[in-house]
Design a binder for this molecule. Structure first.
Ligand code: F6P
Length: 346
């Protein structure tokens, strides 16, 4: 398990293990600790059936995880160790048949690199490209939605503007879904750059109609129209002198200054990745894990197991590596949200 964790990683591992243990008697499973670091530095332990018992409902990962940017993978560590070679050596030393890797976009890039280096790789979707759904997503939507639900009552009491900042890095699926589920009035996502004046117009319109409060679901990667026009270099420069903790605070400041309204920001942050996986994710991750186990039994490697058009599918790793799936601003869900009266500030 590598990169940022999410709910149902354990359920997915359990799905792989149960499928293999049920099909064969001579299966040996080793768990590498803290993601690729475990493979690089040979930190692992043998896992038996009991390790996978009781973990279906457990959030996080029993193996631990760590982030290792792809760029650093190719660079030697502080002691001059070649990480890719070290991973290959440990793989061969243990005479592994294959590596099962669970993680997001960065993780898949490294998985593809190891595949190119000749290792047998099987990944399970937690990345976005090549799959309609990722496990952990529904659980995160539930938590972000609950945060918005909880804000509703206090917002109504005080008649303020509330911003709930939702995770998702540069992608707005989580904000869009939690925003709609929580009845947010304004949803700002990276894929639809906002105009702060339009956001304020939406708040004023609500106010004029007699609503005492407005709730904004803002993606942590939300970006204004002006910033979206900046070159990468210019944007980086802007961030160097940025004084707000995150974009929501900048938006809050602008709304307060321009409209005189009282604004509050809530950032549920990593709670969105924590806790118990919801039933949907438990089933979904178990299914993906089981399919991964099936492919391993057949000796089919080099794929990510994902979900397309309501089917569990295998997607070649090279099609996934380094790609990001984003919200299509012209998609029907965005159109429907707009028809419901939700402002995207565009
Ligand atoms: O990529 C998943 C994610 O949860 C993003 O939504 C968020 O920006 C990032 O990870 C946070 O990373 P970290 O856990 O390293 O702080």
């Amino acid at each position: 398990t590598s990169g940022g964790d999410c709910q149902a990683l354990n359920a997915a591992m359990r799905g792989v293990a149960k499928t293999l243990f049920n099909a064969k008697e001579d299966v040996e499973i080793y768990g590498f600790l803290d993601g690729y670091k475990g493979l690089i530095y040979g930190k692992f332990r043998m896992l038996t059936g009991s390790d996978f018992s009781g973990i279906l409902t457990k959030g996080g990962t029993i193996l631990g995880s760590s982030r290792m940017p792809f760029k650093l993978m190719r660079e030697p560590d502080e002691n001059g160790l070649n990480k890719v070679e070290a991973m290959k050596q440990n793989y061969h030393k243990l005479q592994l048949d294959c590596l099962v890797i669970l993680g997001g976009n960065g993780t898949h890039k490294t998985a593809n690199l190891l595949k190119e280096e000749g290792l047998n790789i099987k990944t399970i979707d937690n990345a976005l490209w090549g799959t309609d759904m990722t496990f952990g997503f529904q659980s995160a939507v539930n938590i972000a939605t609950e945060a918005i639900d909880n804000i509703h009552t206090t917002a109504a009491s005080h008649g303020r503007v509330f911003i709930i900042e939702v995770m998702g890095h540069k992608v707005g699926f989580l904000t869009l879904n939690a925003g709609m589920a929580g009845g947010a009035d304004v949803i700002l996502i990276p894929e639809i750059p906002y105009d702060i004046n339009k956001v304020i117009d939406a708040i004023k319109e609500r106010h004029d109609r007699g609503s005492r409060f407005t709730i904004l679901a803002v993606a942590e990667g939300a970006i204004s129209k002006e910033d979206a026009k900046l070159s990468k270099k210019e944007y980086k420069k802007k961030l160097e002198n940025y004084t707000y903790p995150s974009v929501s605070y900048e938006i809050a400041d602008q709304i307060a200054k321009k409209s005189g309204m009282e604004v509050r920001v809530t950032v549920p942050g990593h709670t969105q990745r924590g806790g118990t996986p919801c039933p949907y994710d438990r089933v979904f991750a178990s299914r993906l894990g089981s399919e991964a186990g099936k492919l391993i039994l057949k000796g089919e490697y080099g794929f990510m197991v994902g979900y397309k058009n309501r089917e569990i599918v295998k997607v070649p790793l090279e099609e996934v590596a380094g790609k990001l799936k984003m919200v299509d601003p012209g998609s029907s869900i965005v159109k429907e949200a707009k028809m419901l009266g939700i402002s995207f500030g565009d």
